[in-house]
Design a protein around this ligand. Structure first.
Ligand SMILES: Nc1ncnc2c1ncn2[C@@H]1O[C@H](COP(=O)(O)OP(=O)(O)OP(=O)(O)O)[C@@H](O)[C@H]1O
Length: 332
């Protein structure tokens, strides 16, 4: 069993009558990139603030690197780098000066502070902008400097609140790649809050779906997919020439198959009318049914042109959990 670096037990935060975070249990392992995903107001920031000891829980505990964050916030602060969604810098000072200043605040001796600051700038790809005032940095550059700023004290854990907010797509890609490489190369544990599904999907080992102050599901993409209550866990697309409505019935009767759909009603109508074109059907089920599917299609006398396993994306999972079933049939 790998060691848990972040351990939340029954973590709860109430503001008067309102419960912002409710009975949160979560364990994040060393070296893991965990995405806290949820819509605005879900309680992500409140949870992060409790992990850092910056706000006191109403109930439960937040333990980070084995330290109780509420009782020993200063000790946690030494080992955890926190990047808020809007990092503040001294605008009239250079990127390098800002980093040296942070290093000095963290009691790093002057000479070493300068060396480390330069190393960090190199790491986040800002060496060329080292002597530029941060007031002239772009949003993407500021976020990269923010990352350098949390890394300079060599934390074991970094917590990033909406790190990609307001950055253009290329900047997002670069920043996410940087975060992933840092975690992989240096064994950093990363907790990342976001409501951008695709971004989280790109780099996180596991994701927690957070809504209304509750963690309603967590796991890797496959685990979340399996957790979809009553939902299919396997999805296969088949391209068929010579489809008939009877074939759909036969497919639906295969063991473990829970649904057969096609996005193209016209193609189905044409095929039913004897057209030689192909149709694509999407078959969902609760366990592997692919060999039987192939055999039923071929056995019906139709031609099987292609068979592709599909995967539920985080987008679909998110929509199913948060926004109801209207996107249930969408696949990547
Ligand atoms: N100091 C406070 N007093 C009262 N309510 C608060 C306070 N701080 C946060 N809340 C409420 O708690 C809920 C959770 O807020 P939080 O900022 O943690 O959400 P979030 O998931 O981080 O959202 P966002 O993505 O918008 O940052 C919100 O409804 C918010 O209004």
């Amino acid at each position: 069993m790998e060691q848990a670096v972040i351990e939340l037990n029954g973590l709860t935060k109430r503001y008067g009558e309102f419960t912002a975070v409710s009975g949160l249990n979560l364990s994040i392992r060393a070296g893991e990139i965990f995405g806290l995903l949820g819509p605005n107001g879900a309680g992500k920031t409140t949870t992060i603030l409790m992990m850092l000891g910056l706000t006191e829980p109403s109930a439960g505990t937040a333990t980070v690197c084995g330290i109780d964050a509420t009782r020993n916030p200063m000790q946690v602060k030494r080992r955890v780098g926190y990047m808020p969604d809007d990092v503040g810098f001294y605008e009239d000072r250079t990127g390098l000066d800002n980093l040296v200043y942070t290093a000095r605040l963290n009691r790093i001796p002057a000479k070493e502070a300068r060396v480390r600051a330069e190393q960090m700038l190199e790491k986040v790809g800002l060496s060329e902008a080292a002597h530029k005032k941060t007031g002239a940095y772009s949003r993407g550059m500021r976020q990269r400097l923010g990352l350098a700023d949390v890394l300079i004290k060599q934390p074991e854990v970094i917590i990033l609140d909406e790190p990609t907010l307001g950055i253009d797509p290329e900047g997002v890609r670069e920043l996410l790649t940087l975060i992933r490489d840092l975690s992989r190369n240096e064994g950093l544990t990363v907790l990342l809050s976001s409501h951008h599904l695709h971004q989280v999907q790109q780099i996180c080992d596991r994701v927690g779906l957070f809504v209304g102050g509750k963690l309603i599901a967590s796991g890797d993409l496959d685990a979340l997919s399996r957790e979809l209550d009553g939902g299919p866990t396997r999805l296969v697309e088949a391209d068929i020439r010579g489809w008939t409505p009877e074939l759909t019935d036969a497919i639906a009767a295969i063991e473990h198959v829970s649904g057969v759909t096609s996005g193209d009603a016209d193609a189905l109508d044409n095929a039913a009318a004897g057209d030689a074109g192909s149709v694509t059907v999407r078959v969902a089920g609760t366990a592997d049914f692919t060999p039987q599917l192939a055999s039923v299609i071929v056995g019906s006398g139709a031609e099987l042109l292609g068979l592709r396993p599909m995967r539920y994306g985080l987008d679909e999972i998110y929509h199913r959990y948060f926004e109801g079933g209207d996107s249930r049939d969408r696949v990547h």
